[in-house]
Design a protein around this ligand. Structure first.
Ligand code: UD1
Length: 344
């Protein structure tokens, strides 16, 4: 197939490009080379064309003969403050709207969209007494006292985390999350209006070689790894018991190839995760152990707005999309501890 890959010079896009080519696809690779992601004077990688997806005529130029678009280009992270809103709206949402319009004009009816677990908001919780509950935000008095788990909104008991499936309520809690959900919504409406197919892949915590170094927009894997690189120790917030799913970038690339080759019709969304939940303290410990002589520091500090637990259910992606991650985080994190990072 002839695949238009946006964000092709990025951490995830680079691995998807290689994997698509290995699978025999013809890749038209484009990237806007935004300074925030690539630095001020980054060179355009050889096979990549400079295209900002917000530019309709540039997008039209590269859509010729394309069978499917794999749309990875986005501004990532949780957002530093409200001043980031126009950037998320412009690069993530306006660009996706332009892409969908140009795909319609070019007769291209298949989209694979990079989405995120952030569309779910705060995850799923079960009270031992009251079953599935939607906990209230964590209280500052609890957090200050070192009580980090949510409480049941009915009886106040501590609640347990549970796997989040794709039909969970979508409640974005950050500018980035709002922009990712809006991308999904535009793509859903486009699919219904045009009869086109959309597969939205909701990535969980992605890590792996070539991950960008720590920036104000980085997730915890890049932060811990960059700390180790500069001789510091990972600083673990709360009690380290926060549960996540860390998925290797090569598994994310494999999920994209599976989606590109899928014959699914209409709109569908899938969790892209390892299926092996891990605590933040265990991630920090695994990285430290792989490097030898360091241990993480559990600070007990907290960040307002952090989600306590969010852990994906991998079963629907396995059953419907036929995607299963193969890299065990225990092995992947060991390799990541010393794998090269990308400078910005
Ligand atoms: C992260 C990303 C989110 C992305 C998602 C899936 C950010 C800010 N968040 O969400 O955009 O879509 O992964 O890939 O990029 N922590 C520490 N020490 C630190 C930093 C963080 O202990 O130095 C803890 C946090 O308190 C939190 C956990 O690690 O409990 C995860 O933090 P982070 O990766 O920032 O956010 P996610 O919610 O996992």
């Amino acid at each position: 197939m002839r695949v238009l890959l946006t964000g092709a010079a990025g951490f995830i896009g680079t691995r998807i490009a290689a994997r698509l080519a290995d699978a025999g696809h013809e890749v038209v690779a484009v990237d806007a080379m935004l300074p925030a992601a690539h630095g001020q004077d980054a060179e355009l990688p050889g096979a990549v064309r400079r295209v900002d997806v917000r530019d309709a005529s540039a997008v039209a130029d590269v859509l010729d003969g394309i069978d499917v678009v794999c749309h990875q280009a986005a501004v990532v992270g949780a957002g530093v403050d409200a001043a980031d809103a126009p950037s998320y709206a412009s690069h993530n949402d306006f660009a996706t709207a332009v892409l969908l319009a140009e795909m319609f004009a070019a007769g291209c009816r298949r989209l694979v969209l990079a989405s995120s677990m952030v569309v779910y908001g705060q995850g799923r919780y079960v009270c031992p007494q009251h079953g599935d509950v939607d906990p209230l935000p964590r209280r500052r008095s609890d957090l200050d006292a070192g009580v980090f788990d949510h409480r049941c909104p009915i009886g106040g008991e501590p609640v347990d985390w549970a796997l989040v499936a794709e039909d969970a309520p979508l409640r974005p809690r950050s500018l980035y999350a709002a922009s990712k959900l809006a991308q999904e919504n535009y793509a859903l409406a486009w699919s219904e209006a045009t009869g086109g197919s959309v597969i939205a892949l909701r990535y969980h915590n992605v890590y792996g070689p070539g991950m960008p170094r720590d920036t104000p927009y980085s997730g915890v894997a890049a932060i811990f790894r960059s700390a180790l690189e500069s001789g510091d120790v990972p600083r673990v917030f709360e009690d380290g018991g926060q549960m996540r799913d860390f998925v290797h970038v090569d598994d994310v690339a494999a999920a994209n190839v599976t989606a590109v080759e899928s014959g699914l019709q209409g709109f569908d969304a899938f969790n892209v995760c390892s299926g092996r939940p891990v605590s933040i303290l265990d991630v920090a410990t695994a990285l430290c152990e792989a490097r030898g002589d360091v241990s993480p520091l559990v600070t007990g500090q907290y960040r307002s707005g952090d989600v306590r637990h969010i852990v994906a259910d991998p079963s629907r992606a396995a059953e419907v999309l036929d995607f299963r991650a193969v890299i065990d985080p225990a092995e992947g994190l060991h390799e990541f501890a010393t794998a090269p990072l990308r400078g910005i």
